[in-house]
Design a binder for this molecule. Sequence first.
Ligand code: AMP
Length: 277
Amino acid sequence: MKVIDAVAGLRAVHQETGRPLGLVPTMGCLHEGHLALVRRARSDNATVAVSIFVNPAQFGLPYDDFSTYPRDMESDLSKLREEGVDLVFAPSVEEIYPGGFETSIDVGPIADKLEGKSRPGHFTGVATVVCKLLFIVRPDRAYFGQKDAQQCLVVQRLTADLDLGAEIVVVPTVREADGLALSSRNSLLDTEDKRAALVLYRSLCLARELWRQGEGDAEQIRRQMRSLIESEPLARIDYLSIAHSKSLEELEIIDRPALVSLAVWIGQARLIDNILL
Ligand code: AMP
């Protein structure tokens, strides 16, 4: 496994890279959710590259939890070695954003809702870094998790609009046995927080159950989800949404494929999760 920290170093290995090449962009502190993307990439491609970069541009000023975001490079590299990854790109902030860097990418309305509304500038940072990574690594495919459903839509819009040429593959959310979606931020939860965090998935299951029983009124479902979450004293809702799965326009009636998504604070951690109806 080659570990490369410079853009120039990566360009030098392009010629010898077997195709197709799959890229898994990550912010490190890798868990089974990331590894599901890596395994999918491994089975689809001759060469697998993983990037590890905690992108300051996608954290709000003054950098949200950028400084406290968990990092563990040694353990990440050993996990990736075990998965048979060929190439790791782990640049410094200065390598990606050298002095004088000015460009940013605005993906439009899809990036303004939900996460984009709660974290202004977040998707501009995501789009800019994903665009750079796709230009630097030049993969045939790039892998993203359904856990970050809106990010998948933003990246799909970006790659289509700018003809970036990579196929975007979306991999289902990996959960703990109790339903908690795996996330690097879960390491910020203590035992009590972890118990409280189960309310996210429970509320999503409630939504699915109500919908299966024939409830088509989105506001009825939102109301019941909200009341379940509010019954958990450690949980504080940021947003709760039932929206068209492509446009992310809020739905009144669930008459189209819907994304049920939410962001909830549990202690110091802001957790997100979603399901599709
Ligand atoms: P991150 O390191 O949090 O930026 O995540 C890197 C990639 O892994 C993103 O495409 C995420 O959507 C994906 N990912 C994170 N957690 C999970 C999970 N529990 N299941 C599937 N994919 C995930």
